[in-house]
Design a protein around this ligand. Structure first.
Ligand code: TYM
Length: 336
């Protein structure tokens, strides 16, 4: 792209995370870390997706605290509130409004095919609510309101991002050009971090087994202990291969954190046992997370700053979102 074109419109990235507990190493490597890396090249919009989290029942008091903590985490990982729009989704009412317009342009069949809906309906069989079913239309609204070019996510959100693209294209075809049709942006290393106890499944906050999941706020001893207990195999050879899900997962994590290739990792641990390797992965992860843990602790003491940043984020986000929403409403025939 020429310099002149670049000044016309910088690329834009948008992504969100649910405040349903402390983020895992999976959230961090699959998404959060990449948001920070993008902030120098693109205009970023990053949000705490609290409206999404109530598709599963939440304790109100706990939710309130988790929203504040997640907002602080977004700044603690290194997102600069001066460079990006960092906000809480429920403080920007346009999300819920656009979601309705999009819901009327989304098919029942499309939503029924979403694997996350199928998984969550199984997990929460007593509460298969309309919001859980319509979740992807709210996510499409989150995205399309900010006209981003890229949506940096982990691999598990690819299907939702593709639905958002389909909804945007359909809307544009029906009513005229309204939305940018965004691309999912999925990094290879860290796109699908797996459970340390069952490496056929993704690492998830909701895992009942504490050893399966590393939280980004775990202290060094806890992290090292969890990696020590990680499920591997009996070959005792650090190499990336079919059927070695546990070792493959640890190699992916180590590669994502250190920037080393699989070949380099295999050479580094040639002739050494899994004990050495697990310790190295644990220590590398702990070292990567230590600075953000420190920033998080000091930010949580500065309530006034966090409140100010939250207000500022909501106000800038509302300004951008209101413009897109008006455009969409006008195109659909509403009287403004
Ligand atoms: P959420 O809150 O479940 O996860 C936040 C981000 O973390 C990624 N992720 C992972 N990446 C690699 N390995 C894992 N084990 C792992 N677990 C989670 C997710 O892919 C995600 O990028 N629906 C979204 C939140 C959302 C959103 C949006 C995202 C709401 N609106 C608009 C993008 C754009 C979700 O539940 O993510």
């Amino acid at each position: 792209m020429s310099e002149q074109q670049e000044t016309v419109r910088r690329k834009r990235a948008l992504s969100c995370i649910q405040p349903t507990g402390t983020p895992t190493l999976g959230n961090y490597l699959g998404a959060l870390r990449n948001w920070v890396a993008l902030q120098d090249e693109m205009d970023g919009c990053f949000a705490v997706a609290d409206l999404h989290s109530i598709t599963v029942r939440q304790d109100p008091q706990k939710l309130r605290q988790q929203i504040k903590e997640m907002f602080a985490i977004l700044i603690a990982i290194g997102l600069d509130p001066e460079k990006n729009i960092i906000f809480v989704q429920s403080q920007v009412p346009q999300h819920a409004e656009l979601a309705w317009l999009l819901a009327c342009n989304t098919q029942f069949g499309e939503l029924s095919r979403m694997t996350q809906f199928k998984d969550k309906s199984q997990k929460h069989a007593d509460n298969i609510n309309l919001g859980l079913f319509a979740y992807p239309t709210l996510m499409a609204a989150d995205i399309l309101l900010y006209q981003p070019d890229y949506v940096p996510v982990g691999a598990d959100q690819k299907q939702h991002c593709e639905l958002a693209r389909d909804i945007a294209s359909r809307f544009n075809n029906l009513y005229g050009n309204t939305f940018v049709v965004p691309e999912p942006y999925i990094m290879k290393a860290g796109a699908r971090v797996r459970s340390l106890q069952d490496p056929t499944r993704k690492m998830s906050k909701s895992d009942e087994n504490q050893n399966a999941c590393v939280s980004i706020l775990d202290d060094k001893d806890t992290i090292v202990r969890k990696f020590k207990r990680a499920v591997t195999d009996s070959e005792a050879c650090v190499r990336y291969a079919d059927g070695k899900d546990g070792i493959n997962n640890l190699m992916e994590i180590y590669a994502a954190v250190t920037g080393k290739s699989y070949d380099e990792i295999e050479r580094e641990f040639d002739g050494r046992g899994y004990g050495d390797f697990k310790l190295a992965v644990g220590e590398a992860v702990a070292a990567e997370l230590a600075p953000l843990q420190e920033r998080f602790a000091s930010l949580m003491k500065d309530k006034a700053y966090l409140e100010e940043m939250m207000k500022k984020g909501a106000s800038t986000a509302s300004y951008v979102a209101a413009r897109t929403l008006s455009k969409a409403k006008k195109k659909m025939g509403f009287v403004l």
